[in-house]
Design a protein around this ligand. Structure first.
Ligand SMILES: C[S@@+](CC[C@H](N)C(=O)[O-])C[C@H]1O[C@@H](n2cnc3c(N)ncnc32)[C@H](O)[C@@H]1O
Length: 396
């Protein structure tokens, strides 16, 4: 069926959209949008959107010229997807997206911003994107709005919020707050929250919108990180560990017994939010220097695992590079997707493998030992072995 989809932003309607609306035989939309749309004929039947599926069924059963009213640009986190999935042919008249309006009200560019939706979804991934990226617009939902974002980000992630409520309507309000303050104030729906790092309000100009395209290389050489006495996960082992952790935008990774922070920093370079856990104060300072050098965001939590893990947010993936069997036992139930452990002692491999399997992971273990080519004075090469390491990984 041919369906007309009209976006609303408080501005005047496109004349052609208005003609479609005046000839509509059914108008479907949220109560707010039906009330706000100029020119809905009073006699035309309306269907107020609650749950989407019954509305789509009603639309599918209708014979005539239905119009769907939506907010902003219906092709952007909007109803266009669901209508196309049902096989409808669409005439779309978009309005300005709430995201475009929010950045305009904030006076900020947004080709360098991530746009994430917490609408009908867990807020966790949106929060992790805000932890990792310096500029994010969050499409919120009741119960997953400015207060909840503030609660998750304060105090570990220094951010500023621009909360944009009821954009384009007479009730429009734009408020600048810090995450701590956002937790205690009442907010009106709908709203978009711009979450940005106040130290970097202007991002670099680029060729791609949204997330960085990813680093130009990974499993970086050890020389890229300050470390103590060669105590760093070697590049070849790190490549395997990163592959098994699978870090990406929206994930939170714990790097436990972080040492130089090399694994966590590489996860952050690949877009994940990261918490590095390390008991040694000097190492924490070294991790911070390495983090600055790589221009990423990694929260450093100083303390002894497993005790220090109790209050950390839920991780998607955990890397344990130090902390012993008790830490491995404490972590195994917590990782949502992947857990990777590197071990020097052969006796630890079988119990770790068994533990991951008992926690429901499909687990594997491998011993990795690379021998690098080292030049000799006569121009030939000898093999220079790196220390062998065992890596146990689990996925679920
Ligand atoms: C399903 S998305 C729709 C996005 C829409 N397609 C757009 O381009 O604006 C719903 C979310 O968009 C945001 N939103 C929609 N209309 C808004 C408005 N008038 N003012 C502020 N935020 C709005 C809110 O974050 C809301 O929870």
């Amino acid at each position: 069926m041919r369906v007309t989809v009209i976006g609303l932003d408080g501005g005047p309607l496109d004349p052609e959209a208005r003609r479609h609306l005046e000839k509509a035989t059914l108008v479907v939309g949220g109560a707010r949008n039906i009330a706000a749309a100029p020119g809905v004929p009073p006699e035309v039947p309306t269907y107020e959107l609650g749950p989407l599926e019954p509305a789509l069924d009603a639309l599918g059963a209708h014979e005539g010229s239905p119009v769907v009213l939506a907010s902003g640009d219906p092709g952007f986190f909007g109803i266009v997807r669901a209508l196309r999935e049902r096989g409808h042919t669409l005439a779309v008249f978009p309005a300005r997206s709430s995201v475009a309006l929010a950045f305009a009200r904030a006076g900020m560019s947004w080709d360098d911003a991530l746009v994430v939706s917490a609408h009908g979804r867990d807020l966790r991934r949106a929060v992790n994107a805000c932890r990792a990226h310096p500029k994010v617009a969050v499409l919120t939902a009741p119960g997953a709005g400015p207060a909840e974002l503030g609660r998750e980000l304060h105090p570990q992630t220094p951010r500023a919020f621009v909360v944009c409520e009821n954009l384009g309507s007479p009730e429009e309000r734009v408020v600048r707050v810090r995450p701590a303050e956002a937790t205690t104030r009442p907010w009106n729906d709908p709203n978009v929250v711009i979450v940005y790092d106040p130290r970097k309000p202007v991002g670099p100009s680029g060729w791609i919108a949204g997330a960085r395209p990813g680093p130009d290389g990974w499993a970086l050489p050890e020389t890229e990180f300050e470390h103590r006495n060669g105590q760093i996960t070697k590049a070849e082992a790190r490549a395997h560990i990163l592959a098994r952790l699978g870090p990406r935008v929206g994930d939170l990774v714990w790097d436990i017994g972080a040492g130089s922070g090399s694994v966590g920093i590489e996860c952050a370079r690949l877009g994940a939010a990261v918490i590095a856990v390390e008991r040694d104060e000097e190492s924490c300072a070294r991790i911070r220097r390495n983090v600055q050098r790589h221009h990423v965001k990694v929260a450093v939590s100083r303390g002894e695992a497993p005790a220090v893990l109790d209050h950390l947010p839920v991780p998607d993936a955990i890397f344990v590079g130090g902390g012993g069997l008790r830490t491995i036992e404490a972590c195994a139930p917590l990782a949502l997707r992947a857990m990777v452990v590197s071990l020097a002692a052969v006796e630890r491999v079988a119990p770790t493998l068994a533990l991951l399997k008992a926690e429901g992971y499909s687990a594997e273990a491998v011993q990795l030992s690379a021998a690098r080519f080292a030049p000799l004075p006569d121009g030939t090469h000898r093999l220079q072995p790196t220390n062998p390491v065992f890596v146990v990984s689990g996925a679920r």
